[in-house]
Design a protein around this ligand. Structure first.
Ligand code: SAM
Length: 269
């Protein structure tokens, strides 16, 4: 998908996000990564939860909760309350359905809404949580401000995200972001700066890019060797080809140290 470059961001909107996660591409992401749609799956959720210090009393907001895989994981493991926020109706409806099936609806609920206008009152949550999704957000400063607003004092923000880690040509930058429909990726230092400017103390800042590169290879193998026939059969050759070419470009960029993934944890002070 090609979009006009505005300043240093591509002109993607919520409608584009809805198109992706309400359609076949969203299904493809689940086929590749599982219902926890982030790099590293359940293991990564466990690590982030442990570092964020979750317990039974932690009230959590998962921003960009998608199918609710991580929200249910946390509720199942800790018995904590989780609210999922997502902008795509199909994702929210599917998350509600799966949560009901697992009999976790007393702990995990969902709301349709935009992360840039979080539909909750100030001082509501102990923890704002996010996994590999804030790369879709057009205004990272506003997102973190909104997260801070809904957090209680001394609350925690804990998230992972896909980040830009190296320099690249304008064309490469446009191709990599366009394929994913990201308006732009933040850098790890950029996120640190936004968090500090918004009034967070940094508790953890970790570059996970080596692991990201390994996982890009894992997903590429899975696409080519396990999922190819199923994708072509269900959605046609075109979707498989587009996914394969795009993933290949990402595998190369990750190997060249241009893109990666990071984990940040901050405390509201
Ligand atoms: C990669 S998935 C998130 C995966 C999820 N965090 C997980 O670990 O399972 C990206 C999700 O972000 C949502 N999203 C993107 N932009 C959003 C926004 N501005 N506000 C709320 N949700 C958004 C999409 O609808 C989609 O469900």
């Amino acid at each position: 998908m090609r979009k006009i470059v505005k300043g240093k961001r591509l002109d993607f909107t919520i409608d584009d996000v809805n198109g992706i996660y309400g359609g076949h591409v969203g299904v493809l992401w689940e086929m590749l990564m599982g219902e926890e749609i982030h790099v590293g799956g359940e293991k990564e959720t466990e690590i982030l939860a442990e570092r964020a210090g979750i317990n039974q009393n932690t009230v959590i907001l998962d921003i960009c909760s998608a199918l609710g895989g991580p929200a249910r994981h946390l509720a199942r493991k800790y018995g904590c309350k989780v609210k999922g926020l997502d902008a795509t109706e199909k994702m929210v409806n599917e998350a509600i359905k799966r949560t009901g099936k697992e009999q976790l609806s007393h702990l995990v609920t969902y709301k349709l809404g935009n992360a840039l206008d979080i539909p909750f009152k100030a001082n509501t949550f102990d923890l704002v949580w996010g996994q590999d999704a804030w790369c879709y957000i057009t205004d990272k400063e506003r997102l973190i401000k909104e997260a801070s607003r809904v957090l209680k004092n001394t609350g925690t923000i804990a998230f992972t995200d896909w980040i830009q880690t190296g320099t690249m040509t304008e064309n490469e930058w446009e191709d990599l972001n366009s394929f994913m429909a990201f308006p732009f990726m933040e850098t790890l230092d950029g996120y640190e700066e936004i968090l500090i400017d918004t009034g967070f103390k940094i508790v953890e800042k970790e570059d996970l890019s080596d692991d990201f590169t390994e996982h890009c290879h894992i997903y590429q193998d899975r696409l080519r060797n396990e999922l190819k026939d199923q994708i072509i059969g269900n959605y046609g050759e075109g979707l498989f080809k587009a996914a394969d070419e795009g993933l290949d470009m990402w595998v190369r960029a990750a190997g060249e140290g241009k893109v990666g993934r990071g984990r940040l944890i901050g405390k509201k002070i």
